[in-house]
Design a protein around this ligand. Structure first.
Ligand SMILES: [Fe+2]
Length: 192
């Protein structure tokens, strides 16, 4: 069984990610993710949701800034609905500033609400004017950006996908993000 809120979220998130994908590698990855998600692992998620101050303060403004495009509106609504049920966590190894002004929620994935190794799906929220550290990981990743903010993948060059913008991160590529004057909100989907 999968909770209704999570099922709804995953359905609209995949629809939005597929609609906005611009890279064939993202399309292939998302198709595989959709197939894998039809298998629901047994087990319940740990019900220890908590909303850190950065989420209480900045998720509302981030959602209000997001465009009401037809394929994004249901996703924004699903995020609004599911946010209080999520376990938002800081990046433990990061600086104090990043720990206080950023939060991640892992909905599906290792240690996530739906605990599984093969698919990771989650949200990142950055308060304004914050640089998230460079990072890399073995699973390939597709981002769907829901706000302003800049990103870089594998090169020093920053780009601005904009709300509804999508890009692909190959396995092991270093990548990073930074917010500007507004909070940054992004959905990520990884295939291990
Ligand atoms: Fe990543």
């Amino acid at each position: 069984m999968r909770a209704d809120t999570l099922e709804t979220f995953l359905s609209v998130a995949l629809d939005a990610a597929e609609h906005h994908a611009t890279d064939d590698r993202s399309r292939a990855s998302l198709a595989m993710i959709r197939e894998r998600l039809s298998d629901i692992p047994p087990g319940e998620h740990a019900a220890d949701a908590e909303m850190p101050p950065v989420v209480s303060q900045w998720l509302g403004p981030a959602l209000r800034n997001a465009p009401q495009a037809p394929r994004l509106a249901p996703l924004l609504q699903a995020i609004r609905h599911i946010a209080p049920e999520l376990r938002w966590s800081p990046k433990p190894s990061a600086s104090e500033e990043v720990r206080e002004r950023h939060a991640n929620a892992m909905l599906v994935g290792p240690g996530g609400w739906e605990n599984r190794p093969d698919v990771w799906i989650g949200l990142s929220l950055l308060a304004p004017d914050l640089r998230y550290p460079d990072h890399d990981h073995a699973p390939e990743e597709t981002y769907l950006v829901l706000s302003g903010g800049e990103f870089r993948v594998g090169t020093p060059d920053w780009f601005t996908p904009g709300p509804g913008g999508s890009f692909y991160v190959p396995p092991g590529y270093e990548h990073a993000m930074r917010s500007g004057e507004e909070p940054l909100l992004a959905l990520w989907m990884l295939k291990a």
